[in-house]
Design a protein around this ligand. Structure first.
Ligand code: 6PG
Length: 461
């Protein structure tokens, strides 16, 4: 009998199965796509078993069964649950490791519960490589069921610098997929910030691809020690197979997306979360499709400040902090709205290795939330407050220069505006309230006495 089962054997499912086997557990694999099972069968040994039917798969597993469903999100997951249900026993544990929408996970969690089946919605980050060598895992659902799969998940997960596994029980219902959605929103935000910095480096600082690659590689040893710095350095220096050029110069500048960033925005609108950097990053992908590209190329003939590259590094470091801060702000607002007891230091720790947004800054975030303080905003923590004080001048310089040059910086500008707003005691929303009260008698609160007020702004005729 096998200790773990995986449904879906495309590259993610196959690599996760190999990871389970390499971690010392026995695993069965099944896919409705027979060629996938055949490819998987090449790895067969005493701990890894390919299966060719639903029944063979289910019957190969020890009870309570522990089954990871690693297939495309959406309808295929519902169809799989429908097919599996009659074959399962009460107490079996199903884990959905796809990028499912948390609303679907909430629904499936409650449906499966009615049948006595434990359902865990688990965010998995790290792509193919992470799946094989250690992903970041974000499981949510039923904590007792989680405890039964924890030894396997902890064994396969990435480990942070202290050797702790990057998996932690997140919370009830769809909260694991919610946290993965927020991870992806942050991913969109930071990636867009990188691309804006790249644009300024090439168009204002006049850097070559090799020089930019070296700059990102240097930042990866310093101000922005992050997986995204590492891969940006790699992407920029890669030569093309089809031309003598760099591949980056032949990649069409239209960004695709599968929607998890968009979902975060949908829920931010519902909750009223000011996740401006993430919103601008989602919109920038839309703009990359919508732009007519009919204008003139930007050329910068002005002065290039001697400290521009250093300031770009600092701006990126602070911009990255704002993207994380907005993600955690949304988590806090979601936890309040949905009654989830989310453990922020554990979430930061889960993201410290294995996932796309991993960076050394996540340790600082873990520490900020570990201080036991209830932070409404990450920048209330002294480390991040100091970072803001030290780097905001650089961010202002970068945004100002890009504005003068006509280079769009939607996320860097949004990060700056966010920081200029969060501690600002005199945001001008009083005028909005006055206008609302003027044209619609919507009333307003006052800053000098309690209560709800309306002014008679004009004489009624
Ligand atoms: C991960 C990634 C992965 C994928 C996202 C974003 O954590 O491994 O987030 O899940 O990159 O789905 O994809 P899009 O950019 O296509 O939306």
């Amino acid at each position: 009998m096998q200790q773990f089962g995986i449904i879906g054997l495309s590259v993610m499912g196959k690599n996760l199965a190999l990871n389970v086997r390499n971690s010392g557990f026995s695993v069965s694999g099944y896919s409705i796509d027979k060629p996938e099972v055949d490819a998987f069968a090449k790895y067969e040994d005493d701990k890894l078993k390919p299966t060719y039917s639903w029944e063979e798969f289910v019957n190969s597993l020890e009870k309570p069964r522990k089954i990871l469903i690693q297939i495309a999100a959406g309808r295929p997951v519902d169809e799989t649950l429908h097919t599996l249900l009659p074959l399962l026993d009460q107490g079996d544990i199903l884990i959905d490791g796809g990028n499912s929408n948390f609303n679907d996970t909430n629904r499936r969690f409650n449906e499966m519960k009615k049948h006595g089946i434990h359902f865990i919605g688990m965010g998995v980050s790290g792509g193919e490589e992470g799946a094989l060598n250690g992903p970041a895992l974000m499981p949510g659902g039923d904590e007792e069921a989680y405890k039964q799969v924890a030894p396997i998940l902890e064994a396969i997960a990435a480990k942070n610098t202290e050797g702790r596994p990057c998996v932690s029980f997140i919370g009830p219902e769809g909260s694991g997929h919610y946290v993965k959605m927020v991870h992806n929103g942050i991913e969109y935000g930071i990636m867009q910030e990188f691309s804006e910095v790249y644009d300024i480096l090439r168009k204002i600082a006049g850097k070559t691809n090799d020089e930019m690659s070296q700059i990102f590689a240097d930042w990866n040893q310093g101000v922005v020690e992050a997986y995204l710095s590492e891969i940006t350095a790699e992407v920029l220096k890669q030569k093309d197979d089809l031309t003598p050029d760099y591949v980056i110069d032949h990649i069409l500048n239209v960004a695709s997306y599968k929607g998890t960033g968009n979902w975060m925005l949908e829920d931010a609108i519902r909750l009223g979360t000011p996740i401006s950097v993430i919103a601008e990053a989602v919109l920038a992908r839309f703009m990359s499709k919508a732009s007519t590209r009919s204008g003139k190329e930007i050329t910068w003939n002005g002065e290039v400040p001697a400290d521009l590259v250093d300031n770009l590094g600092k701006a990126l470091q602070l911009g990255q902090a704002v993207a994380y801060a907005q993600g955690f702000q949304q988590l806090k607002m979601a936890a309040d709205a949905y009654n989830w007891d989310l453990r922020y230091p554990a979430i930061a720790q889960v993201w410290e290795a294995g996932c796309i947004i991993r960076s050394s800054m996540l340790k600082d975030i873990e520490n900020a939330y570990d201080n036991g303080k209830k932070l409404d905003n990450l920048f209330q923590d002294s480390y991040f407050n100091d970072l803001m004080t030290q780097n905001i001048g650089a961010l202002r310089q970068v945004v100002e220069l890009a504005t003068k040059a006509g280079i769009p910086t939607p996320t860097l500008s949004a990060a700056l505006n966010y920081l200029e707003s969060i501690f600002n005691p005199s945001l001008p929303a009083n005028l909005i309230q006055g206008q609302r009260d003027y044209f619609g008698a919507h009333t307003y609160n006052r800053n000098d006495r309690p209560g709800v007020f309306h002014t008679q702004w004009y004489e009624e005729k």
